[in-house]
Ligand binder design. Sequence first.
Ligand code: ADP
Length: 194
Amino acid sequence: MIVGLTGGIGSGKSVVGDILNVLGYPVFNSDVEAKNILQSDAEVKESVIAKFGDDSFLGDLPNRPYIAEKVFTNKENLEFLNGLIHPAVQRKFESWIKEHSESKILFKEAAILIESGAYKKVDKLILVTADEDTRIQRVMKRDGVSKEKVLERMKNQLPDVDKMKLVDYVIHNDGSESVIKQVIHILKELNENL
Ligand code: ADP
């Protein structure tokens, strides 16, 4: 069973992912994989160099400021890059599933699981939620960025009220309930329904 784990930025979905991992459940972190794929996927590297030039890489390492400049000033370039990264992450996810075929429950963590449509391919869906002010404060502290920067990143994410209609479970991470207790409750139900 594949269980999607999502939540807006700062909701605490990585914390929940870590808890699941500590409890022995494999968690695929799509956002981390997407960030690493430029470095780990030779095919992606080759295509990026063919499109944006040799300056895209400094040895094995992607020249992120250079690539960012290319994609943030040109929509077609952004679409090109996304068109490389998303299928590559998907390929990685599929091989990861095979590597974990002994596990009955696998988690796929992604910030935009719903927005991207990928939620349709999971068997169950969990949303981690917290009020917007709390999330903003957490991200400002975690990433050392301004409120405006956080709001900019939130702009591309659907509001939680819309996401709640689509998910099977909601984890409230705003101090009102124990997160671990909620995770254990969900795991109990998931295991009962295998
Ligand atoms: P996301 O992955 O959803 O963007 P994180 O799991 O990284 O969010 O959480 C954002 C930040 O808030 C992290 O620094 C995390 O340690 C902190 N955080 C998460 N949940 C709580 C909580 N219940 N109380 C205090 N800090 C929290």
